[in-house]
Design a protein around this ligand. Structure first.
Ligand code: HEC
Ligand code: HEC
Length: 222
């Protein structure tokens, strides 16, 4: 009798244990990834897409550099893998690949360079360029599109394509004339309708990004 209860307890507790382990580790991370993952990879595949616009250099939780992000390793684990409170709306949840890379990095102990000592390919963060493709990727898709897309809360003013931006109805982009372009006006502090809205939690357009947008419009918004 005693033995049976014991076995039963053992069974229940091992069951629980598995459940918790599974929860912490949403799926199996390969040894190869565990050994090769680096901060740079996490930054480019996860943080830049889903976190940086709210956790850049300015805030409490800074995910720009290894030194800064590493201090928050435990909180990053809790908020992304356990409680899943991050990323926050309007950003969509982490996809499978992002979860895999982030889980591997956290399980590896948050290393800067790969544990296996391999030379990681230098993946440089691409600086913003005064081109439509770069502005779309770095600003519009990151800071605007979640609301300004079909079905979004500001779908009245779509910002999906270059044609949307150049549509004369709204004067979002007036080629050669940045000061009359809605896109420039709304991103300046003090704008009547400041974008992205302050209460969205999305970080403002940076000076570097503004300069690229201004140059692109001055050059004819091609
Ligand atoms: C839309 C904005 C936004 C995005 C995107 C976002 N966060 Fe946050 N995050 C916040 C805000 C605001 C707080 C502080 C208030 C709070 O805890 O709700 C916060 C708090 C945190 C904290 C500290 C508090 C805690 O919960 O432990 C961590 C760690 C964190 N975020 C990590 C991340 C990571 C990692 C991502 C990307 C996968 C991410 N966040 C994406 C807005 C955001
Ligand atoms: C969190 C949602 C949200 C985000 C993110 C957002 N907007 Fe908006 N935007 C709105 C809403 C809501 C309106 C008002 C729509 C209306 O009047 O129907 C608006 C209005 C505008 C307008 C028209 C302003 C006017 O004077 O009527 C422009 C231009 C604009 N947004 C550009 C942007 C740009 C550029 C970004 C990114 C840098 C951005 N928005 C990010 C919600 C958002």
């Amino acid at each position: 009798m005693q033995v049976r209860i014991c076995l039963l307890l053992l069974f229940i507790s091992s069951c629980n244990y598995t459940v918790i382990k599974e929860e912490m580790r949403p799926f199996k991370v390969s040894e190869a990834l565990l050994n090769s993952v680096s901060f740079n990879q996490v930054k480019i595949e996860v943080f830049n897409n889903k976190c940086i616009s709210c956790h850049g250099n300015s805030g409490n939780v800074n995910l720009e550099s290894h030194r800064a992000a590493y201090q928050h390793l435990e909180n990053i684990r809790r908020s992304t893998l356990i409680k899943k409170t991050m990323p926050k709306s309007p950003y969509p949840a982490l996809n499978r690949r992002e979860l895999e890379v982030l889980s591997a990095w956290i399980e590896a102990g948050g290393p800067d360079k790969p544990l296996n000592g391999s030379d990681e390919p230098e993946i440089e963060d691409e600086a913003i360029q005064p081109t439509y493709a770069s502005i779309k990727k770095n600003v519009i898709d990151m800071k605007c599109i979640s609301c300004h897309r079909p079905g979004g809360e500001a779908d009245r003013i779509p910002l999906n394509t270059r044609e949307d931006l150049l549509d004369p109805t709204y004067e979002i982009v007036v080629p050669h004339d940045p000061d009359f372009s809605g896109l420039m006006i709304v991103i300046e502090p003090g704008a009547r309708k400041f974008m992205p809205p302050t209460d969205s939690g999305i970080s403002p357009v940076t000076e570097e990004e503004k300069n690229a947008i201004r140059t692109w419009i001055e050059n004819g918004a091609l």
